[in-house]
Design a protein around this ligand. Structure first.
Ligand code: TMP
Length: 236
């Protein structure tokens, strides 16, 4: 078992630790929650435990279905052993249903089914508020090569197909989600997390939101909703 060494980086929701294996890191999930580029801050009780459980289950599932991920092993309630990656500084959002910033931008109501999945790219830079960019920007600024961007787009759409089906089996509509990819030994792999912090999940029966919009919009029942997602997806 790799030994946990010093902290490499602390983000808004996770801490990364070095290990005595240079190819592996430990990702620790915190309860801290932020929204609107950290203008809103809070904590969600046990969020780290729930997001680790969900990310673990989902990354294992994706790995078994042909999407390479950084996930190696769940070490504890809050810790995931992961392959060390150099993060591609581009956040990939995939949308199936109109919601959030796109609904706002177009002045249309949330909930409209999109006839085709919409892939959006954002340059990962907190100081700039993660501006939306297109594939030409990614290539022109060298954030990824053409081959890398093709792989990222293909994996993101494959994740969409696989997880839309997985969540639907548990009565949850996968509205949209955000992914981050990294380079490990020259290959593009899915990294970071998949959780209600980074996706929109609506109960298919009631339309209730089961994701971080409950925190962003002060809708209450935040922990309960995350726990229900974990119960359905991880069977816990
Ligand atoms: P948006 O509608 O606010 O652009 O969000 C689209 C999806 O991306 C949604 O599932 C939430 C997720 N997301 C993040 O994971 N991190 C972020 O910083 C933002 C803005 C959105």
């Amino acid at each position: 078992m790799p030994k946990k060494l010093e902290q490499i980086y602390e983000g808004k929701a996770k801490i990364l630790y070095r290990t005595d294996d240079p190819d592996l890191v430990i990702q620790y999930f915190k309860d801290d929650a932020t929204a609107f580029n950290a203008q809103k801050k809070g904590t969600i009780a046990d969020k780290g435990v729930m997001n680790n459980a969900l990310s673990t289950t989902i990354f294992e599932y994706l790995g078994q279905h042909g999407v390479p991920t950084h996930f190696v092993k769940k070490l504890s309630d809050r810790e995931m052993l992961s392959k060390k990656v150099a993060i591609v500084p581009v956040e990939v959002v995939v949308r199936n249903v109109l919601a959030g910033s796109l609904a706002k931008k177009l002045g249309r109501a949330e909930g409209e089914k999109l006839s085709h999945p919409v892939v959006e790219l954002y340059y990962k830079d907190d100081a700039l508020g993660d501006p939306m960019v297109n594939s030409d920007h990614v290539l022109a600024f060298g954030w990824a090569t053409k081959d890398e961007l093709d792989a990222i787009t293909e994996y993101a759409l494959k994740v969409d197909v696989l997880l839309t089906e997985l969540f639907a089996r548990h009565g949850i509509r996968l509205v949209d989600f955000k992914l981050e990819f990294g380079r490990h030994k020259g290959e593009i792999i899915l990294a970071d997390e998949f959780s209600p912090d980074t996706s929109r999940l609506w109960d298919m029966a009631t339309g209730e939101k089961m994701d971080k919009d409950r925190f962003r919009r002060d809708l209450g029942k935040i922990e309960e909703s995350y726990r229900e997602v974990v119960r359905r997806i991880c069977g816990a």
